[in-house]
Design a binder for this molecule. Structure first.
Ligand code: PHE
Length: 454
């Protein structure tokens, strides 16, 4: 399929893939998980999971995508035409679409906080009394995320922003955006890190983050670390299969997987170095750093106690918006590529048909915090249900099936050929990757699944 579009440069494809991997998973899920699971002990486990399991599974997705040169469903069909493996692709596309629905809502909140911090009243009338300022930011979060109108408006805006980027296509849309935004993301991270590390309580925060407390380790902590590693590397969502189908034949997959994983780890560690010193300094470490409150209550409170709150707020929410935008662009591309390749639709038609329904679906999801808050099943509102079903059940299942396929059932030699670029690279990772894909990864991911059930 010579006509298949490709990324135009090595830097561009790495930037796009790193942009997908770095998202809310690193920025808000990682610090929350670290705090809840014993600080550095969790960090070490997470690193182990990324390096030993995440990279092989990433390589499997890369190999399937580049060998199949098609969308997440089509790649399986190209590689195993008479077998039903493409069902894995259907689940991946479905899971990714469901994730997009709620992820856009959070991206909308992020844009809203960015704007409110800059020109709205987010930092107006902050009382000097600490207890009152927490109550104030709590009530601002309710106002900015759990009322019907404004959050929905911002969600619609970010969906339109995504549509705009994606209409530009793989090279002029996704690649160009990533080339500009990824360096920006790292610059902001380093600036915020420097500020946080210069605060008076920094040493305590760093100690909590980097001194392991192994007494906290348990099977549950391991399950959480593995889940975090998979989510933050964008595994099991069809994203990496789709992106790898745009990789040129000369791209070195093992090296790309290593770079993407290490950069994603680096961002998680830098986030830890930003958040823990800041919350320790202001004594906010008793708050549970649960994702939403960490980002939308605790951090604005930290900014409000620093000189120039608006400056730090703008930097941080820009960072979060960049991280989220490059992730939603990648995850939306899964559905768009599927429409383009399966139905032979034009790019424009695929983007509009794929993303315009989100204006309604994400609106419903946004309203699950206000108008539709009565719809609750098993303790979850619509947003929580989508999050739970996808991250706890669908993603692990897709990941297990992908490992088994790449380890056992892909056409003979295909994995090796992709990993060593048809013999032009030495393939010392093929053996270990196959071993992990066949036995280790499916068993361990199954553990996550079982743990979530009981
Ligand atoms: N790695 C991404 C993140 O951490 C996972 C993701 C990608 C989620 C795309 C949603 C959309 O946020």
């Amino acid at each position: 399929m010579a006509s298949k579009i490709q990324f135009s440069s090595k830097i561009g494809l790495v930037a796009a893939t790193v942009g997908s991997a770095i998202g809310l998973g690193n920025v808000w899920r990682f610090p929350a998980e670290t705090q809840g699971n014993g600080g550095a002990a969790f960090l070490l486990l997470y690193m182990g999971c990324v390096l030993l399991l995440g990279i092989p599974v990433m390589l499997a997705e890369f190999a399937i995508g580049r060998a199949g040169r098609s969308d997440a469903i089509g790649s399986f069909r190209v590689l195993s035409p008479r077998r039903p493996w493409w069902v894995i692709g259907i689940f991946a596309v479905l899971a990714s679409y469901l994730i997009t629905i709620f992820y856009m809502v959070v991206e909308g909140w992020t844009l809203e906080y960015l704007v409110e911090g800059l020109i709205g009243g987010l930092y107006d009338g902050i009382p000097s009394d600490a207890a009152m300022s927490e109550a104030l930011f709590d009530s601002k979060m309710v106002e900015l995320t759990q009322t019907p109108f404004k959050p929905a408006l911002y969600t619609a805006l970010v969906i339109l922003l995504n549509i705009g980027v994606l209409l530009g296509g793989v090279q002029k849309g996704i690649e160009r955006l990533s080339n500009v935004l990824m360096p920006l993301l790292f610059v902001i991270l380093v600036v915020l890190c420097a500020v946080s590390l210069s605060l008076p309580g920094a040493a305590d925060g760093v100690r909590f983050f980097l001194e392991p407390d192994f007494s906290k380790l348990s099977p549950q902590v391991f399950v959480n670390a593995l889940g975090q590693a998979f989510f933050s590397l964008s595994l099991g969502m069809g994203i990496l299969i789709t992106y790898a189908s745009y990789y040129p034949a000369s791209t070195k997959l093992p090296r790309t997987a290593l770079i993407v994983s290490l950069l994603s780890l680096l961002v998680a560690v830098l986030m830890g170095l930003i958040i823990f010193p800041a919350v320790k300094t202001f004594g906010l470490d008793n708050n549970t750093l649960e994702g939403t409150t960490l980002v939308f209550v605790t951090l604005p409170e930290v900014f409000s106690r620093l000189p120039f709150p608006q400056l730090w707020s703008t930097l941080f929410f820009s960072l979060l918006l960049v991280a989220a935008l490059t992730s939603t662009v990648s995850i939306s591309e899964v559905a768009i590529a599927t429409l383009q390749d399966r139905l032979k639709w034009s790019r424009r038609r695929s983007v509009l048909t794929g993303l315009l329904p989100l204006l309604v679906l994400s609106l419903v999801c946004s309203l699950s915090f206000s108008t539709l808050s009565d719809i609750v099943v098993a303790g979850y509102n619509i947003f929580g249900m989508l999050d739970n079903v996808t991250t706890n059940y669908m993603l692990p299942l897709v990941a297990i099936a992908t490992c088994l396929y790449a380890g056992w059932f892909m056409p003979r030699g295909c994995l090796r050929d992709e990993l060593c670029n048809y013999g032009s690279l030495r393939s010392h990772v093929t053996g270990i990757t196959t071993l992990i894909l066949r036995y280790v990864a499916p068993l361990l991911i199954l553990m996550i699944f079982v743990y979530n059930f009981i």
